[in-house]
Design a binder for this molecule. Sequence first.
Ligand SMILES: Cc1cc2nc3c(=O)[nH]c(=O)nc-3n(C[C@H](O)[C@H](O)[C@H](O)COP(=O)(O)OP(=O)(O)OC[C@H]3O[C@@H](n4cnc5c(N)ncnc54)[C@H](O)[C@@H]3O)c2cc1C
Ligand code: SF4
Length: 568
Amino acid sequence: MKTDPDVIVIGAGGGGPVIAKELGERGINVLVVEAGPWYGNKKWPEPNQNRGKAKMSSDPGDLDGSLYRNQFTRLENDMNDLVTGKFRWGSADRRRTPWYRNVPDRSFLYQSAGIGGSTVHYYANSLRAFPQAIDDEWPINYDDLIPYYEKVENTLPVEFAPTTSKEALFYYGAEKAGFPLNQTLDVTSSGYRPQPNAILPPNEHLMDPDVSLEELSHMEGCTLSGHCGQGCPYGPSLEKMAKRSTNVSYVPLAMKTGNVTFRPNTFVMKILTEDSASGKPRATGVQIRDTWTGEMEELSAGIVVMAAGCIETPRLWLNSELPHNDWVGRGMTTHYMDMVTGTFDAQTLMEILGSPSVNPFVGHTSGARLDYPGLGMIENLGESPGLSAQQAFGFSQYGYNILRGPGSDKWDQRGRLTGSELEEAMNGYKRSLTLLIVTDDEVQYQNRVELDPNIKDEHGPVPFVRYTPSEKSKKRRDQLAKVATTMLRGAGASQVHRSDLPPNYYIHIQSTMRMGFVVDSSCEAYQVQGLYIADNSVDYNALGGPNPTLTTQALATRTAELLADKYF
Ligand SMILES: Cc1cc2nc3c(=O)[nH]c(=O)nc-3n(C[C@H](O)[C@H](O)[C@H](O)COP(=O)(O)OP(=O)(O)OC[C@H]3O[C@@H](n4cnc5c(N)ncnc54)[C@H](O)[C@@H]3O)c2cc1C
Ligand code: SF4
């Protein structure tokens, strides 16, 4: 176990483990402190019941795939319940309530605490930004990012998703709507394509009747079992699990460098600084709180990297009383989302797929996409039944469909479904295709994370999160909803339902500590020497619509290089 780290990284989600691995490979001693628990580590065999004897782990031999398998189940509620689920936003100790964030209006802030962070429940779609969203917009060019994209794509690794029935139907609908196949990772025009995805290709025995599904799930490769959103415990060992969330990809690689230690169950309360000769404060370490015992401690390091995510990184800056910057917590984007679901007759499906059902739960949760530079993108979503019912039919800004009618001749239903309407929709679940609309929303100064003036928890004033889409974003989302509907109708859907999600459906949060405003182009804070950021918050904008994590990971890789060159 290493002591006196050179660098402390705060948060082990999408970005933290990436910068830790890159620095560790350069011989730099790193401590990653993570607020949530660690699944799949022998030192914490019962992460939610027992605090465990150890405080940290740096030996890759501590990682245990069988333990991970037992801890991650296929049950939606067991994993995704917001209070008791393994992926909840809160401490490992389930006797305590989840951590509170104040969000006005109907909202769903989807975030997970633990080693792997929100990537444990992400769908692993690993996209490059649209070049037009970077060039002449960001302080760096798209070409600057390409070598780092390539490095992350090779490390995770990123592969093209295989086609199951729902992707076949998606491609069919996209072609009927007149879109071409996109054949490049650097997307400049609209078109459909298999999802570039951080999921290992299916095992070669997948269709072999002599190999059972149970046997397959212990082998290397995706089993198309469709539980990506419940985590993925399928593979021969922890580091070979099919879905490449950072806890199974970058965390083991970081540990193998021999220079990186991870400390779970540790909430950073404050960044510590001292005056420096440069005239601006210099980061010197962090104040931490053990989430099981409440014990507080101070840890020192020459460099501190914030990777606590788009809500907690600005909260931590503000709670640490770091120098005032007008853009801390400001300009938040959230890829303003919607969902459109088509239900098909068995006969139509027979003609297109040669099968009377789509079975959305089979295969990667989201294996196909339509990129539409200028508007955003559309991808398929094959969540399991409970999550589908909740997200596609149970959450809306439109109110109840039965009370308001469809609201447009484009959709047969719009808004929340209950009673017989919900029953009918779920009866058609196996014959349905849900399209997730991901809008490239505009950066607006008033969309923000700030400190709640009235409410505190054990880690200080809680974040207050506010987001209202601009008129331009609303128009873009409506246009994408129409494109998605045209795809579904073109493919022969007999019934189309639009969810009309509320704006506060937070999944792809970005840009609360923007490059060029809070950090410079190497992601070092303008106002605090030796303080870096390596999470989604440094994104200058919403990337044009593509899913954010690959760009965060490419930036974290680049930041490690620039940080090491400057300070080591
Ligand atoms: C259902 C779902 C599906 C998604 N699918 C995709 C997808 O397919 N592709 C994609 O690109 N993106 C996807 N995303 C988004 C993706 O999860 C995020 O882009 C990514 O995880 C963000 O990385 P991050 O490092 O910014 O934050 P996070 O991954 O949230 O990590 C932050 C970490 O910091 C820890 N932390 C916070 N505060 C503190 C503190 N004070 N002290 C110590 N630790 C702290 C947290 O516990 C957490 O582990 C999805 C999100 C959801 C919810
Ligand atoms: S479909 Fe998803 S959950 Fe199933 S094995 Fe593949 S990556 Fe894992």
